[in-house]
Design a protein around this ligand. Sequence first.
Ligand SMILES: [Zn+2]
Length: 484
Amino acid sequence: MLKKLFILLSVAFFVLAAIVFINTFKTKAWPSHKAMAMEGLPDSAIAHMSQAIQIATISPEDTTHIDSFHFNQFRTFLEKSYPLVHQHLTRTLIKNYSYIFEWKGTDSSLLPFILMGHYDVVPVEPSAVKLWTVQPFSGEVKNNIIWGRGSVDDKSNVISILEAAEGLLRKGFTPKRTILLCFGHNEESTGTGAIAIVKYLKEKNIKADLVLDEGGEITTDKIKGVKRPVAMIGVAEKGYVTFELSVEKTGGHSSKPDKETSIDILAKALYHLRNKKTPSSLQEPVKEFLHRASGSSADFVNKLAMSNLWLFEGTVKKILSYTPEGDAMQRTTIVPTILESGVRENVIPTNAKAIVNSRININESTKQVQKFIVNAIDDDRVKIKIVGDFNTEPSAVTPINSPAFKMMEETIYKTVDDAIPAPFIMLGATDSRVYREISNGVVNFSPLVDSKGFHGIDERLPIADFQRFFNFITIIIKESDKKL
Ligand SMILES: [Zn+2]
């Protein structure tokens, strides 16, 4: 009897092992493509990018205090640098500083493409200026790199789009499909520019087949074992919600404290919350990402696990969870970001408050997150409420068989040698999330390779990246009438 069982188990094991190995070897490397020869940048492009950086369009935290001098200066710069765009496209000002440029196509049966970006930038902390290689707003060009705040985020996008449009107009090009260039002026703060742009487009009943925004880029070193460039195309955005947790318990003199104070109760609540993991779940874009990358992985164990998610999903999740990004890819994150309590060192406070920020996985909702927090804390003395005005549910997913995603794949093959285009879920929020109201084809991608310094020190744009970006946008506009 035992012998029979042993034989049966051995057979089962070998069958399982065979399936695992067959799956692994069947997972082929993603097809390789040779990029087209790239067109050179227009002569004035580098000077334009440098000038754009020199205009310090720092995002207004309070939109009533916009630095109108620099934002107006930027408008004059655009008018001077892109005369054909201003002559042939219709410009609409939204909230005074955001823009829509409409490039009318000849075939009105085709839905427009929207190429978007933002020209506001984050400030540079005064204490960090000395850590920069150049003055942050100098737009200096050295070692074939354009340096400065905004060179990546997001003037690389705005200027590449405008250079491509101006270049095509110079050649007498007219698109079949209408192309809209939409530039926000406060993405780094409230994003009200983008919201107003979408409201305007909605009122005009304009829908789009493609909305291209910043977000993903080309990574060459972040995925273990994969030596080929992986072009990460954002196809969905996690949701965003902020909660306030508060405790009220009469305080008093610090010389004779109660067994538990408001701070103690809140601290315990946060401890429990941080110790309880939200459910993990690999959503479709993440699975597709793993599938595409794994075929080219030189790391056999990685390849084996990722090719057999049906068996090793748990292991893969565990490996992913070793890095903050990998962990955030598979679950809702919840983290305290502000604590508030107390007025004097010798007074036990009556109130203690915490602000907790959550990024919601695309299969969950704000309601579920709130329920999770209440259960994790399990103490009804801690009151919970939603605060802030930036809260959004997770976005819909742009399917990988949509024209928008296919357009990305095709254009990436033409501009990046040997690239693997792969979908991913955006962990942060961008302006493009509001465009989902008018398009099922929102994608987040910039053809920059491992970009450096955005929101930090030494933000910089290699000229080779700028050239690729310019070519990438030029191809999208030129081929926008193509059936996909
Ligand atoms: Zn940005």
